[in-house]
Design a protein around this ligand. Structure first.
Ligand code: FES
Length: 388
């Protein structure tokens, strides 16, 4: 047994009092979970501590909290691990960010998380004609969506999403990963409509800024940001959806600039995103308007020395040999007949895929389904996994 100090953020909106911190000392074996610590404090010291939990085994997704500033499951975080991330020998536990607090560590999932999940039509809209028996689905397609199906709806990704912090209307990582679950399913009849809707929504899939927080926070390896990137690739590359938010144009400009310079040329990015993906983009009226409205931000960045005027105007330079390497990567990726996407949750590997025996399939995005290159889950017979 060992002693651990938990500092819990307490708040009861009905009391009219502001939030406050309260410390509790619990006596538990180090491998026990933060949830067990909270429950012990609740049982021994203050029965009014509010915490939501059920399975205590990282399955139901109820016990999501911020532990030392990071979103996670209280039942899935060992006390000794949490202590390493704490300050002054204290484990700090707060309610999830980005959601209103109901009481203490309990947040209103309906107000944010579930509302956003409903936003993406989270069910299959089947294709016609309906077969007499079951739909037969290629095995690799089901493996491809398994990663997003692993979501337990705990909301950790939503709580850690920086874009949502800035734009609370952002559809968000959990809902977009859920959307990929159906976009990647060849039985769904509305792949294009779903993508068009999420591309045109100003708070849709192009609102993600690649901060990777959701990938780090997810206790189930769903990697929501990766699912969002898949949505974008199918939308732009397969359906050629050019959205009114300039999301697709912005991505294309980004890719072109990296190819050209090896690093991002910030001053070129904005005009190309709005005026067309070439050096002449800056002369388009839409680009001029956007650049003018961005001047205050640019001036602030220069004053704070985040960018130099020379660096912003001329772009960054990398050694020629490095630039050649960057372009070689482009040639390699773009030279492939089919787009390969790795579902790391299933493969468990992120490299040497081609050399690894047991690779199941690498498919193109035929029928709108995401291309995937999958390998059997360790210990799992590919024939046993769901294919129908
Ligand atoms: Fe079910 Fe933690 S209590 S996931």
């Amino acid at each position: 047994m060992a002693e651990f100090t938990l500092r819990l953020r307490r708040y009861d909106p009905e009391s009219g009092q502001p939030p406050y911190w309260a410390e509790y000392t619990v006596d538990l074996e180090p491998h026990r979970s933060v949830l067990e610590g909270i429950l012990q404090a609740k049982a021994n010291e203050d029965g009014s501590i509010g915490i939501r939990c059920s399975c205590r085994a990282a399955i139901c997704g109820s016990c999501g909290v911020m532990i030392n500033g990071r979103a996670g499951l209280a039942c899935h975080t060992h006390l000794d691990e949490a202590l390493l991330g704490g300050r002054d020998g204290v484990i700090e536990v707060e309610p999830f960010n980005n959601m209103p607090v109901i009481k203490d560590l309990i947040v209103d999932m309906d107000a944010v998380h579930w509302k956003k999940i409903k936003r993406v039509t989270p069910w299959l809209i089947h294709k016609e004609p309906v077969p007499e028996r079951e739909y037969i689905v290629p095995h690799e397609n089901m493996v491809d969506v398994t990663q997003s199906m692993a979501c337990i709806q705990c909301g950790a990704c939503v709580a850690s999403c920086l874009s949502m912090e800035v734009d609370p209307l952002f559809v968000g990582p959990a809902a977009l990963a859920k959307s990929y679950r159906f976009v990647g399913d060849p039985r769904d009849a509305q792949q294009y409509e779903r993508l068009k809707d999420l591309a045109e929504d100003p708070h849709g899939m192009y609102d993600c800024t690649h901060c990777f927080n959701c990938i780090e926070a997810c206790p189930k390896g769903v990697a929501p940001m990766n699912q969002i990137m898949r949505l974008r690739r199918i939308s732009g590359n397969d359906h050629h959806i050019v959205d009114r938010n300039n999301g697709d144009r912005h991505e294309r400009a980004f890719v072109t600039l990296i190819r050209g310079y090896g690093l991002l040329h910030e001053a070129e990015l904005l005009p190309r995103s709005y005026g067309g993906d070439s050096w002449f983009g800056k002369f388009a009226p839409a680009a001029g308007q956007e650049m003018a409205s961005s001047l205050p931000v640019v001036a602030k960045a220069v004053m704070r020395r985040k960018v130099s005027i020379k660096g912003a105007m001329l772009g960054h330079k990398i050694p020629k040999a490095d630039l050649k390497d960057v372009r070689r990567i482009y040639d390699l990726v773009e030279g492939k007949d089919e787009r390969n996407e790795l579902n790391l949750y299933i493969t468990g590997y992120d490299e040497d895929l081609d050399e690894t025996p047991g690779v199941m399939a690498a498919t193109g995005a035929g029928d709108g389904a995401a291309a995937s290159a999958e390998q059997g889950q360790p210990g799992m017979d590919p024939e046993d996994s769901p294919t129908r």
